[in-house]
Ligand binder design. Structure first.
Ligand SMILES: Nc1ncnc2c1ncn2[C@@H]1O[C@H](COP(=O)(O)OP(=O)(O)OP(=O)(O)O)[C@@H](O)[C@H]1O
Length: 729
């Protein structure tokens, strides 16, 4: 009996999907095993079009095959359900000990093992990177976690840390970084219950025996606004729910978190998620060297933030007076002050009064803030504390997994970054995220699409150049010199212009109208600009963009945090000479904008990636509702387009004409012949075989031999060469 899949018979899905193609004909005669192997590698699909790629992926998905090779990339479809044994230690071992792991089914462990063997081979570039990409909910975090487990298992350190029995082994510490980073950096969003709200690059460092000796983590662009604002039906960072749900009675008392209390910044707390597990976070923190008393301090500060969120301001009767507070709100102010160890009066003053220094004598004036300004200050206080806390946690984790560069000789880097974003409303955050994706796409193009074709040309392969989209124009528009959107944004900040979005729109258009990637939604009343990204057009709203880029922190807030008696806040906001001066001369202080910081850290990252051999895992979300067994073609299609899969497959397939004409042909021919009952020596079968393809095969054979020799000489395990190797006489 055919299995029922979403109400359809599996057989009929496969039949429908593969109609009109050669594959359908072949599949009809194949056993399940043979069927699936035929599509293990999309470069064997002929002809390579988006439709065939889509059909193959869907056919595989319906029979629980979630990984597929596609040129230099591995396509990973999210099953949205636990698949037994797919990540078991036994399977890790199978890939690790295999003579040719690439002959096993496509899997992230095959990629992981390949990178590990590349490091062991000591051929340049020795260092490897795996770029895991995909949209929110596609499975990047899951994939990175599994890869880390793989390396922790196959590259396990040989000895436990000397002289200190209480310190956990490095593998455990590296793996323990995951629950901590996820508790503080992930949240439930509309698109993913466990969405990472930051980008992450983790470098696993290996000693000369190729054992894991240390690691380092770099994070990008934490979405700190989430602390003080959660979109409808979304949640704050997991850690807030963990403390409110998991605290003991004693802790509740100490952190002032009575059961059932309401917090404005804790929406949808009635939803219980797997990620709400406080104990897991605490244990992991402990193993990373964050002792119970420091943990207690962290959770106390977080409770303080929850109470801070409940502070609301009322307009004063007399405008020259500060905003008023209702009696019950005064309680929240008091609790916040107690938990953050800031005197209530100082806290209130920092939230409600602006200090202005003016004139030659640097006279100080105090001016009450409007209600909206008070709210902005309250939110800003929460954001600055949370962002610093996150930064500090990353540095503590890094200290715990760090080793001096002399202790390691090579590394494998895992990059898990947010995918391309295009929402109905987009702002600076999306601009930065999409800029990062443009950079990674450029890297992919340079390292694969371009390099591969140049190599074919140099080898004299008969080759007609396949066009791929060069995104340099788009990158010039975003970050180029001397004029770009980033430079104009920074200019607005530098000149401290009162940011009028309409004026800014005119400035952008005047300066950058020559760039074909720039346009505007003329039907929208809101000032905007559109960028034609490689993955599609995105319209960005200009309202508040300049302010977001400045990301200003009122000096009074920093001052009040520096005066806190709380040991953790004192660590996060130390008093230094420079920032003391900055409080006084804040207006003149150089502004380090969000885009310059982001651009800097991304350039740093690109430099590292450029020095490594890259591998790509393209995570695909088969449906937006995160449902198991549901493959929505349009949704998959747009993701495949966004990551340039078809170009990659086409180039890979065409670069090895032998794949189609020799190996694949003979394989398919044999299958067809067998299935049609041709006798081995049947005249019909023989003559078809020989006359139709003889010439093609001999040309292909020559090409294989020349390519193989070339690669053998260089001892480079060429991507995609494995099967052709097997087909050699
Ligand atoms: N290989 C897998 N097997 C089973 N379930 C999976 C797998 N990959 C992902 N999932 C499920 O999909 C969910 C989303 O995956 P994940 O959090 O890794 O997405 P993401 O791409 O990192 O998203 P974001 O960008 O929002 O962080 C996971 O919580 C898990 O439930």
């Amino acid at each position: 009996m055919p299995k029922q899949v979403n109400g359809q018979k599996e057989d009929s899905i496969i039949q429908n999907d593969l109609s009109e193609s050669f594959e359908e004909e072949v599949r009809a005669f194949l056993s399940d095993e043979e069927k699936l192997h035929l599509f293990d590698d999309l470069t064997k699909v002929n002809p390579v079009t988006m439709t065939t790629v889509l059909k193959c992926l869907q056919a595989r998905y319906t029979v629980n095959l979630f990984y597929t090779n596609a040129g230099c990339s591995l396509v990973a479809l999210n099953p949205f359900q636990p698949i037994s044994c797919l990540y078991s230690p036994e399977l890790m071992r199978e890939y690790h000990v295999a003579v040719r792991p690439q002959d096993l089914k496509p899997h992230i462990f095959a990629v992981a093992e390949q990178t590990y063997r590349n490091v062991q081979s000591q051929i340049d570039p020795i260092n490897q990177s795996i770029i895991v990409s995909g949209e929110s909910g596609a499975g990047k975090t899951w994939t990175s976690r599994c890869l880390m487990k793989f390396y922790a298992s196959v590259a396990a350190s040989v000895t436990s840390p000397k002289d200190n029995e209480t310190v956990e082994r490095i593998e455990k510490r590296v793996l323990d970084s995951n629950p901590v980073m996820e508790a503080f950096g992930n949240a439930c969003t509309l698109r993913n219950n466990n969405s990472s709200r930051f980008g992450k690059y983790i470098q696993l460092q290996l000693d000369r025996f190729h054992h894991l000796s240390s690691a380092s983590i770099q994070t990008f662009l934490l979405e700190k606004t989430r602390v003080a604002y959660q979109a409808p039906n979304e949640r704050n960072f997991h850690i807030f729910y963990q403390i409110t749900k998991g605290a003991t009675a004693e802790e509740r008392l100490e952190w002032n978190l009575p059961e059932g209390a309401d917090y404005r910044w804790l929406p949808n707390s009635e939803r219980n998620l797997d990620e709400d597990c406080f104990e897991v976070t605490r244990d992991a923190m402990f193993h990373l060297g964050i002792d119970r008393s420091t943990q207690n301090n962290i959770f106390k500060v977080l409770s303080g933030l929850l109470h801070l969120g409940n502070i609301q301001f009322s307009n004063p009767l007399d405008e020259s007076q500060p905003c008023e507070l209702e009696d019950k709100i005064k309680d929240f102010v008091k609790i916040t002050g107690d938990l953050l160890k800031i005197p209530v009066e100082e806290l209130l003053e920092s939230l409600r009064i602006r200090t202005i220094t003016a004139g030659k004598q640097q006279q100080v004036f105090k001016k009450p803030c409007s209600r909206a300004e008070c709210e902005t200050r309250r939110d800003c206080l929460a954001k600055v504390i949370y962002a610093k806390l996150f930064e500090w946690l990353v540095s503590v984790i890094n200290e715990s997994i760090y080793a001096d560069t002399s202790a390691w000789t090579s590394f494998i880097g895992l990059l898990d970054v947010y995918g391309f974003e295009a929402f109905p409303e987009n702002n600076l955050e999306q601009l930065c995220i999409n800029y990062a994706n443009e950079k990674l796409q450029q890297h992919f193009v340079a390292h694969y699409l371009k390099a591969q074709q140049e190599e074919y040309a140099a080898e004299g392969l008969q080759w007609s150049f396949i066009n791929y989209q060069d995104n340099q124009n788009c990158l010039d528009l975003i970050e180029g010199n001397p004029l770009s959107i980033f430079s104009l944004l920074n200019e607005e900040c530098r000149l401290n212009r009162s940011s009028n979005p309409d004026l800014f729109q005119t400035r952008i258009e005047k300066a950058l109208s020559d760039n074909q990637c720039l346009s505007r939604d003329k039907f929208s009343k809101k000032p905007n600009f559109i960028i034609s990204h490689y993955a599609g057009e995105v319209c960005y709203q200009l309202e508040a963009m300049v302010e977001k880029n400045k990301d200003p922190i009122p000096p009074e807030l920093i001052h009040v945090l520096q005066n806190s008696k709380d040991p953790l806040l004192q660590k996060l906001f130390p008093v230094t000479e420079t920032n003391q001066n900055n409080v006084r001369t804040q207006n003149r202080a150089a502004v380090i904008t969000v885009v310059s910081k982001f651009k800097g850290s991304l350039e740093n990252l690109m430099q590292i990636l450029n020095s490594t051999k890259p591998h790509y895992i393209r995570c695909i979300k088969p449906n937006a509702d995160c449902k198991a067994l549901t493959f929505k073609r349009e949704e998959v299609l747009s993701q495949l387009q966004a990551c340039g899969i078809v170009e990659a497959v086409t180039i890979s397939a065409a670069g090895f004409p032998i794949r189609i004409s020799f190996e694949s042909f003979t394989e398919r021919y044999e299958i067809l012949r067998r299935s049609r009952g041709y006798n081995k020596n049947s005249v019909c079968g023989k003559s078809n075989y020989h006359t139709a393809k003889k010439k093609e095969i001999s040309t292909a054979e020559k090409q294989i031999v020349s390519r193989m020799e070339r690669y053998r000489d260089h001892q480079v395990p060429a991507l995609g060469m494995q099967n052709t190797h097997a087909a050699l006489p």
